[in-house]
Ligand binder design. Sequence first.
Ligand SMILES: [Zn+2]
Length: 225
Amino acid sequence: METQPEKGRTPIDSRWKALMVLTAVCLMAFPLWLQRALGKNEITGFVVIDPGHGGIDPGTRGSNGIDEKTIVLAVAKDMIPLLKRDNIRFILTRNRDKYVSLNRRVQIANRRGDCLLLSIHCDYFKQRGMEGFTVLYAQGASHDSRIAAHLIAEGLIHKGFNCHDVRMDTRGLEVLDKSNCPAVLVELGFMSDPHDVRYLTSRSGQHRLAAGLVHGLTTFLRKTQ
Ligand SMILES: [Zn+2]
């Protein structure tokens, strides 16, 4: 038996209504789909990249005569295109061979607020046998600082570097202690170790370090935003 249309309502009305609903759903979903497709909604965090030392303060010196300040600036600059690729907003505390006080470095992060401070250094130990990178966070550091430290370590391991340690700082480092934001200090390797010096001072090693740091930062920002 043929179904009769409801009184005062034709099948065309129902189809028209269904089409309208479908169109509305598509219009609402399109901006979300477009954002996902462009990857624009993935990361909203902000990072303060702090290459240690600079200017009159060379930091430590490797056996091949290259200063810590030069290595960490090169790695920080190598991070720039990768941060842009991942849509991570950032600022550098120095982008050339210039002295910046520890207080000023922390101020840059604290003025900004709501960011992650990543300070980059190299280690030195008189006796041989110490190698690999170390990631430090302050005593009494926030949960986010600890998470960031571990994810940055994972990022560097992912790029093939040896992890010496991930731990709480016991020296009272100013950039960690005075930061109001989550803060992490990475010692990229030991300038006193011949293997570490090779990657610290080669352009390919510096690129790889930058990639490892950004890998960790991206994972951290995705998890915490
Ligand atoms: Zn240093």
